[in-house]
Design a protein around this ligand. Structure first.
Ligand code: IMP
Length: 221
């Protein structure tokens, strides 16, 4: 029997990506869209807590609620800057809307070095993502990280959010991230996510890493 996963997202790109991964495993992915006012973005400390709160809210909107044989998936991400103790983290959307990419660059103005490796270390940051799935009364969590650093200035027209100020660390031959300044099999050559193609960004993506981590825990339908 095909089981349905309700994916709480307004983003059709995220829906396509999830369907691509889950359909071959025997899951039907359906989009759950809640109108403004039907879902509250909680003020909590971790991405897991954000995901947990969204699942609890989504449960009120699927057929049979807690008793449902269906599943619910949510995905949350954020930018965590080491020199700012993880800020903006769970507040990434709000900070993007208020101070934006240029505000982030200004906050790190004092952290610069002629030495590129040292500069990358001083300005280190990660995108983190959590993919959470409610099934049979339990929640499974998948985590994904993309380490890199904050560029000295905004660049690139591609991408969204903090892409214009984020440069990913290189990856080794297995697709795993290397320490800042280490050359690897795959490199953005110091360019920001805003300056490389979506296909190229995919190899570094915290989101697909979180989804893959979740898939590893999932039984076939
Ligand atoms: P969401 O939980 O996926 O909506 O992400 C929350 C916020 O984190 C977004 O509004 C962006 O500001 C930021 N963000 C998450 N993932 C990315 C990314 O891949 N590139 C740029 N910004 C991102």
């Amino acid at each position: 029997m095909t089981r349905t996963i309700w994916f709480l997202t307004g983003n059709s790109g995220k829906l396509r990506e999830a369907t691509h991964h889950l359909l071959p495993l025997g899951y039907e992915v359906r989009q759950l869209i809640l109108k403004e006012g039907e879902i509250i973005e909680p003020q909590v400390d971790t991405l897991e807590e954000v995901a947990q709160s969204k699942i609890a809210q989504a449960l009120l909107h699927i057929p049979d609620g807690q008793q449902s044989q269906d599943m619910i998936m949510v995905e949350d991400a954020g930018l965590f800057i080491d020199a700012l103790n993880g800020f903006p983290g769970v507040y990434s959307s709000y900070i993007l809307d208020t101070i934006g990419c240029n505000g982030i660059v200004r906050l790190l103005e004092h952290l610069q070095s002629e030495d590129t490796v040292q500069c990358a270390q001083l300005r280190s940051a990660q995108f983190q993502a959590v993919a959470a799935l409610w099934m049979d009364g339990q929640i499974l969590y998948g985590n994904g990280t993309c380490p890199g650093w904050i560029a000295l200035e905004s660049s690139g027209e591609d991408g969204f959010g903090f892409d214009p100020v984020f440069t990913p660390n290189d990856l080794d031959a297995f697709g795993e991230p290397l320490p800042p300044g280490t050359y690897g099999e795959k490199s953005a050559h110091g360019k920001t996510f805003g300056s490389i193609s979506i296909e190229e960004k995919q190899a570094y993506s915290h989101r697909s890493r979180a989804l893959n981590d979740l898939l590893r825990q999932l039984p076939s339908a």
